[in-house]
Design a protein around this ligand. Sequence first.
Ligand code: PGA
Length: 243
Amino acid sequence: MKIIKVKNYDEMSKIAANIIASKIILDDHCTLGLATGSTPIGTYQNLIKKYQNGDISFKNIKTINLDEYVGLNEEDTRSYRYFMNDNLFNHVDIDKSNTHVPKGMAQDMEQESERYNRLIEDLSPVSVQLLGIGENGHIGFNEPNDYFPLKTHVEKLTDSTIKANQRFFEKGEHTPEFAITMGIENIMSAQTVIILASGIKKAQAMRDSLQGKVMPNVPASILQLHKDLIVIGDEDAFSMMDI
Ligand code: PGA
């Protein structure tokens, strides 16, 4: 595991974008595994700048996202498809038909999970998988559990995740309780995994995940076993670790 400790969110975002850009430069037809949430927004902004400067092109890049809320359609501003269009895809030269997010409105979520698993296989190898981390140690929407779910599946969100994501929804509005997410084996199959963490709220999850026992109750702890894991965190996120 390679640990990169930085001062703040901006530095974290720049470094993550540099690493992803280097993957694109080495193979301009590669597949990127992408994430949503507050954490990767700065990384996407830096990638957009690199595209605007002519340093990278997404023309032949394919992307596959980790997860999506069940029950939100693609036009819903809170959906992860909308997030990706808004924060990255609409600003670069990517062919949208090469970008993939699970369909939260699929009629049959089991079939959709199977379709997504096949898609991940077709697009493999994923050159680099970008990840945030939940305050409870989740990756994608793989919540603490007594086993590691391997493949894409529907997950019931924990109260703490629903609470953490409440900020994206209106007060009193019903927030989604289920999500479709890549499983742990899907995530671990990427050639390189980058996990990003910024802020004190992530400190406990970072310590448990990187220095604790590998166990499904802390889903991100499995990343200790990945052969090319890059952890980029700021001082606050590393504040409970002795590094
Ligand atoms: P955040 O979410 O980037 O909005 O903190 C991370 C996650 O829940 O995986």
